[in-house]
Every structure is written in C-alpha cells, then in structure tokens.
Design a protein around this ligand. Structure first.
Ligand SMILES: Nc1ncnc2c1ncn2[C@@H]1O[C@H](COP(=O)(O)OP(=O)(O)O)[C@@H](O)[C@H]1O
Ligand SMILES: [Mg+2]
Length: 318
C-alpha cells in the first residue's frame, strides 16, 4: 500500500502537485489520469524519489520513502516509461538483467529469469541477443516491461508506457499487460491521458487537474456517484458505454435450467463483453439474447435487467 499525505511539488513558481492525499491499494492497478501538464508524472516520480516533494509525506507499506536511499528504492520499484529508455548498446538480455546484476544475482539465476520474462511477455527467446534498434516499438516496450519486472518488485510505476506505440499494438500491449497483471498481482501506478486505456486497465482511477487529485474511485463509481462536471467532461460521453466492455456476459446472465433450444434469439458466448451484448440488443431491437458456453451449450439469457445494478446499485466493490 502506498500512502500520500499532503504531497506538494513546487518548481519555482509552478505548483505542479498540490496537496495530494491518497491511498493506493496493494495488488491493484491505479490509473492516474488527467490532461497534459496536470502533474501526473511529477506525482509518480515522487514515489520512487526521482523527484523530492516540496512538502508532504509518501510511505510504502507504512515506511516513509525518505528513509530509503533513492538507489535502493529504485531497485525495489519497477519503472516503465514511454520510449522505454533501453540502453542502445546493450542487448535485450543485458537490458533486462540490469537490476538483477546490481543485486548481485549469479549468472544462471539471471539467465533463468530473463528466459522466464521473455516467455511471459510473449517474446521469442532468441530476442535476448538482439539490440534495441532491431526491435519494433511494441517489442521494445515489452522489453521495457520485462526489465521493470526483472527483480520481481512488488510495485510498478508506469508513465504512459504504451503512449508511443501505434493504436493496434497498443491495444495488444494493454490486453497482454492485463493478462500478466492477473497472474502477478503487482501494485501498479499507471499514468495515462487516454481514457480508454484507463477503462481497460484500471481497478481504480485517480483523476488529476491542475496539480490536485479531484476524483479517486473504481471506474464504475464515477457513474454511480454522478461525478463533478470536470470529471464527467474529461471521461467523455461514451465513458459508461465503454465501461460495459470491462464486463463479461458470464457474470451477467439469467441461468436457464436444462437446455433451452429454439428460442430464435441471437446467441453470444459467455466470454463476450456486455458492451457487445448491449450493442446487439440495440441494433437488432431485441429484448433478450441467449448466452452459451464454449462448447455451445445454452447457459441462459441476457436482458438489460441483468446489468441494472452495474451502475445504479450499491456503490463500493469493484
Ligand atoms: N523539472 C521541472 N521544472 C519546472 N517545471 C516542471 C518540471 N517538471 C514539470 N514541470 C511543470 O509541472 C507541471 C506538471 O508537469 P508533469 O507532471 O510533467 O505533467 P503531466 O505528466 O501530467 O503531463 C507542468 O506545468 C510542467 O511544466
Ligand atoms: Mg507526464
């Protein structure tokens, strides 16, 4: 858990971050979002002491970060930035093993770890001997993530990590990162100015404006609690519709007993998103559709009633 208390950063006359209080939960992705220049990177970089706050306090698992020397802190915290910052004259292997080498790991352990990370990131093992210039943007970004994960830090700071990648590769990186995170359960602070990216990845969204934290909740709660105008405007009119893409039909249908057949309804697999289901209902002007499992067996029906608690129900859980 990361705790921020009254964290402020002044650059000369510019107040980049103003009195931010927040608790960042363990094992979750907190997405820090807001317009360019609102202080996201500054706030992120104060967590690993690349920037020192002008005032306020940051602690990780109860320990004030000021008690840990910056170099040590940075070995314990993974950090990924846009355009990766891979060392150009190092191979992929050498880039990924920077922190393990600093930590004095033995060669066989490093080799094992690099192989494991290449596999995890969906990169061929032969990439280990390539130089960064031989990689595509998406591949380089994967190496950047692998490098940040190398010494298995519990905490990962990511500053627009996929920002320089083309939209298609960016979507793939997001999907892969989401899958990896479900396995690893790191505490992640992820900076972006892209609302769709936030919707895809966030367990919690923290919205910044002019150096202040103006909203911090689960993605669904911004709708349940009717967010203030700046936030709803920033999130955009299609925010709630896009949120439906986070939910799978498997969690939102009414089960039918036995094998219902011949209803004539269109069917969707349980792995389809609620957004797809709603789009199908709306475009075909239907009241319900049939949900089936991977083998094609009928599981139940989906109607709009099935999601009435998604935004309108109790706030809280995510
Ligand atoms: N090293 C610095 N010196 C002076 N001003 C800075 C410095 N770093 C950031 N700023 C200013 O602080 C504000 C917040 O910047 P930043 O945290 O990079 O915003 P974001 O990441 O949200 O785009 C901006 O006005 C920026 O110009
Ligand atoms: Mg920034």
């Amino acid at each position: 858990m990361i705790t921020l208390e009254g964290v402020t950063k002044q650059f000369g006359t510019v107040e980049a971050v103003r009195g931010v209080d927040a608790t960042i939960r363990e094992g979750e992705i907190t997405v820090l979002i807001g317009p360019s220049g609102c202080g996201k990177s500054t706030l992120l970089r104060m967590i690993n002491r690349m920037i020192e706050p002008s005032s306020g306090r940051i602690s990780i698992s109860g320990e004030d970060v000021r008690n840990t020397p910056p170099e040590l802190l940075r070995r314990r915290i993974g950090y990924v930035i846009q355009n990766v910052g891979l060392f150009p004259h190092y191979t992929v292997f050498e880039n990924i093993s920077v922190v393990p080498r600093l930590l004095g790991w033995k060669r066989p352990r490093i080799e094992e770890r690099v192989t494991e990370l290449l596999d995890l990131m969906g990169l061929e093992r032969s990439f280990a001997q390539k130089k960064p210039r031989e990689l595509s943007g998406g591949e380089a970004q994967r190496v950047g993530v692998a490098r940040a994960l190398a010494a298995n830090p519990p905490l990962l700071l990511m500053d627009e990590p996929f920002g320089a990648v083309d939209p298609q590769n960016r979507a793939r990186l997001q999907t892969e990162f989401d899958r990896i995170q479900k396995q690893l359960r790191k505490t992640v602070v992820f900076v972006t100015h892209d609302v769709e990216e936030a919707i895809r990845l966030a367990d919690r969204i923290a919205v910044m404006r002019d150096g202040r934290l103006v909203g911090h909740s689960s993605p669904e709660d911004f709708i349940r609690q009717s967010a203030p105008p700046f936030i709803s405007e920033f999130l955009g009119a299609d925010y709630s519709l896009n949120l439906l893409a986070r939910h799978r039909l498997r969690d939102h249908y009414r089960p039918t007993r036995g094998t219902a057949r011949g209803t004539g309804n269109p069917t969707l697999p349980e792995t389809a998103s609620v957004k797809e289901a709603v789009a199908l209902l709306v475009t075909r002007q239907l009241r319900e559709l049939t949900v089936h499992d991977e083998a094609g067996a009928v599981l139940g029906t989906f109607t709009l009633d099935c999601i009435k608690n998604l935004f309108g129900g109790e706030s809280g859980g995510s």
